[in-house]
Design a binder for this molecule. Sequence first.
Ligand SMILES: [Zn+2]
Ligand SMILES: [Zn+2]
Length: 376
Amino acid sequence: MADKRDYYEVLGLKKGASEDEIKKAYRKAAKENHPDLHPGDKEAEARFKEANEAYAVLSDPDKKAKYDQFGFAGVDPSYGAGGAGGFTGDFGDLGDIFGDIFGGFGGFGGGFGGQARQQTRTGPRRGESLRARLIISFEEAAFGCKKDINISRIDPCPDCKGSGCAPGTTPETCPDCKGTGMVRTQQRTPFGVFQSSGPCPKCGGSGRIIRTPCPKCRGNGVVRAQKKLNISIPAGIDDGETVSLRGQGNAGANGGPAGDLLVAVQVRPSPTFRREGPNIYVNAGLSFVQAALGAEIQVPTLDGPVSLNIPEGTQPGAVFRLRGKGVPNVRTGLKGDQFVTVDLQTPKNLSRRQKELLQEFADIAGEKTGRKKRKF
Ligand SMILES: [Zn+2]
Ligand SMILES: [Zn+2]
């Protein structure tokens, strides 16, 4: 025990290091010295064990406090030999850490890491879905349209068709993991037997060995590509809705399907029309004379102006319905209606003759007007 290195020193830390720093330092040490990555390297194995031991103490607030105060005497290094105790408690955390360590292997960029941690790395994995945004006009939403969008995605390499091998060659099955991509190791530590399984270091978890990598994709089997897609926006789509294009996302791995492309549609408002679901709303200006006597007026619709008969005696705010002049339901194709709200307008800048007639109208109705006494 006399030749034991200080736990902080083992992890390259100063006394008083934070929980986060300890975790980070351990992760680094474990990653550098993990036996999976250094098969047969006794020194790496020793450093790995040392780091495990240091971390088991420093990651436990109770033990860390004792160690800080009393050194090795404060913590019993044979602790956990029976399999009980703190190490088990820390296991979830270690699982996390190894997930982090191995999450970075074999994946392309950060993309594939997430789903693949627990399972073998050679099974088919679906590609990531991508998101894009598209802005269209009110009318384009109502009638549907075709639009080009540019996306950047991960595609199977066109030269090797995704195999990662130079044209004319094929990948070999990895002899170390027999193509599974995973190897299991047992590690004896002072805290018990530590079993871990991780990606095969020889093939990087792919299960295959590529002797002559494809020069275009450097053996990845995938390349980043700029794509211009012509997409169909269905009639009736509404602001905030999404169009999904199956299989237009990133390429899958190991024969898995590609992800989807999800296009969020934003609809520009119209100066004329308002929309709620399948229904369209407009306001129509009407003079009070037209409202009183009835009139045929022109109102705008998505299909162009149509005439609307306003009956006599129409009140301000009255609403008229034009059946089937709305927007189709994006799924059923059934069209909504258009609603026309009457805005009553009071005539201004009347001529003397108009005023005389209106005054006469008021006199007949027995209505008082503010201007009665004034001479025109
Ligand atoms: Zn290639
Ligand atoms: Zn392998």
